[in-house]
Design a protein around this ligand. Sequence first.
Ligand SMILES: Cc1cc2nc3c(=O)[nH]c(=O)nc-3n(C[C@H](O)[C@H](O)[C@H](O)COP(=O)(O)OP(=O)(O)OC[C@H]3O[C@@H](n4cnc5c(N)ncnc54)[C@H](O)[C@@H]3O)c2cc1C
Length: 381
Amino acid sequence: MNFTLSEEQKMVLESLRKFLDAEIEPAFRAHGEGFIPREKMQRWTQQLSEYGLIKAPHAEEWGGFGMDWLTHLMVFEEVAYTSLDIAIPGFINCVGAELLSQLGSEELKRKYLPDLISGDKFISMGISEPDVGSDVAAVKTRAVRDGDHWVINGEKTWITNGEYSDVFVCTCKTGEGEVSHILIDREEHGYDVMGIKKLALNGQSTAQVFLSDVRVPVSNTLGELGAGLKNTLKLFEYARCHMAMWGVGVARRAMDESIKYSQERSQHSKPIAGHQLIADKIATMATHIDAARLLTHRAMEMVQSGARADKECSMAKWYGTEIAVTAARDAVEIHGGNGVTKEFVVERLARESIISPIPDGTTEIQKLLIARCLTGIQAFR
Ligand SMILES: Cc1cc2nc3c(=O)[nH]c(=O)nc-3n(C[C@H](O)[C@H](O)[C@H](O)COP(=O)(O)OP(=O)(O)OC[C@H]3O[C@@H](n4cnc5c(N)ncnc54)[C@H](O)[C@@H]3O)c2cc1C
């Protein structure tokens, strides 16, 4: 195991950080927390893809850089540190493109992969439904065969990138107990979306997707019929590593803001950084962040090498997203009253961090999965 960054990784991260500080941070601040229109989000996503946000791990054949997933995760951490709103669409495109490259036909890959990897088009992926959350196997959206087409009906919710999406990977029932993935093109096949307002992260899109008699060619099926659950678990491994780094990005920003503030703010005749209980919070944040990053890099390395990594991905996701919550809360406390005002970034981080343990399987679900790997006993059914 190598803990030193390669020269290439150093170069990628240094140039990305300069771009984020000079361009993205001020532009995001100027925009504020309202919804980022597609054109603007597309421009930022395209620019960031050139720094590896989407391109890094994908094959050169499709317009990627042919690098590795670990470097991509490091890039994602940096962008998440600056703005989760701006990092998330690229994360979804990157993982969605991986799903397509693993399961799609050559024709589908040729048609969609280059545009998804460049950030010209957006993908979204839908498992969750109004009545279906943690229990993924219970999806109700149904695809019924009609000659060479599927006719799809159902409702999906919490769909990241929903409003931006050009294509939608729908997890649905294609037969009794048979879960499959079908790719729907918004322009060709049509589906309706409606944005969802949240506690935070309203710059990017989270939406409901409505599917009403949507006719899609059978050739748009991704992977084998009935392999949807198995393929979803594989997809979760990539997504959970990203969720963990989303947490690390937020926690690291919370720590850096806390260090700066505690050096500048004096109480009881000295900088508050010199008070031992404040020092304890900062030391704890730093140690949690490193531990979360190490857990995540290990999990990603295992996924990339083809090893079974469900337990390690769940550990990383649980830990990385929960330490974001505690780091952001401690950062607000270190800022005192200022910490709850819009003048300081930590107020936004605290709201964003609360969301982080929920997508891609809650903390409770990750713990059940870890325990199942250890005991062999199924907690679900
Ligand atoms: C910002 C955001 C983005 C998202 N993006 C997407 C997306 O792009 N695509 C998509 O398909 N979904 C997406 N989701 C949905 C997300 O994956 C679900 O919200 C999550 O899986 C939890 O499902 P639920 O909200 O229905 O909660 P529920 O499953 O109803 O759970 C409610 C509570 O019960 C607990 N619980 C449930 N079952 C058990 C159990 N067996 N044992 C113990 N506790 C249990 C949960 O941990 C939770 O605390 C997103 C969610 C959010 C908030």
